[in-house]
Design a protein around this ligand. Structure first.
Ligand SMILES: Nc1ncnc2c1ncn2[C@@H]1O[C@H](COP(=O)(O)OP(=O)(O)OP(=O)(O)O)[C@@H](O)[C@H]1O
Ligand SMILES: [Mg+2]
Length: 190
């Protein structure tokens, strides 16, 4: 773990990847709330959100999806190098793009938010699967386009088997462990 001259540790990027409806936004928001309450300087970059701003020119071709991941990774890197704990929730379906970001940023934790396609499709919180099945959306991940699951993620949360609370607890434990025993000094306000 690298310690900067002012005693703050370098930031950490925690990337929640998984199918649409697997629970990335739900889980990362829950983790965000706990970390904030504990006084961490933490930022949440949600893929959907950024597609309305920074990435609004991008579509869903492989090239655009990879560019989407690259840009989010770039922002995460800027924040992380200022000692901020960055949570990213974005599908990031291609393994290569995730690995490229990992290599670039360093301090990187990959979290596979995992649930079978059938479960995600049944949840369908935004009605996207229904629209994809109806042919209203093309190139939908898991239906027309691939999702390359992480082979060796730092954490896997099986959201069809564990509660949001259980996954949140697991994540807080993993992040705390990653940051080491002096974690309270990490990027704290004040
Ligand atoms: N254990 C669980 N963990 C997370 N979400 C769960 C769990 N059980 C049920 N859910 C529900 O599954 C849905 C997950 O939706 P969410 O928007 O978080 O998915 P997402 O992965 O961010 O999808 P997208 O890629 O489309 O943004 C929510 O409605 C949530 O309440
Ligand atoms: Mg989401």
């Amino acid at each position: 773990m690298i310690v900067t001259p002012n005693g703050f540790r370098k930031g950490l990027t925690v990337w929640f990847t998984g199918l649409s409806g697997s629970g990335k936004t739900t889980l990362s928001s829950s983790v965000h709330d706990v970390l904030l309450a504990r006084g961490f300087r933490v930022e949440l970059l949600d893929g959907d959100d950024l597609r309305n701003h920074l990435n609004r020119d991008l579509g869903f071709s492989r090239r655009d999806r990879d560019e989407n991941v690259r840009r989010i990774g770039f922002v995460a890197e800027l924040l992380a190098r200022n000692g901020i704990l960055v949570l990213v929730s974005a599908i990031a379906p291609y393994r290569n793009a995730r690995e490229e970001v990992r290599r670039r940023i360093g301090n990187f934790m990959e979290v596979h938010v995992n649930a079978p396609l059938e479960v995600c499709e049944k949840r369908d919180p935004k009605g996207l699967y229904r629209r994809a099945r109806a042919g209203e959306i093309q190139g939908f991940t898991g239906i027309h386009d691939p999702y390359e699951a992480p082979l060796d993620p730092e954490v896997r949360c099986n959201t069809h088997q564990e509660s949001v609370q259980r996954s949140t607890d697991k994540m807080i434990a993993a992040i705390t462990k990653y940051l080491g025993s002096s974690a309270p000094r990490f990027a704290k306000i004040g």
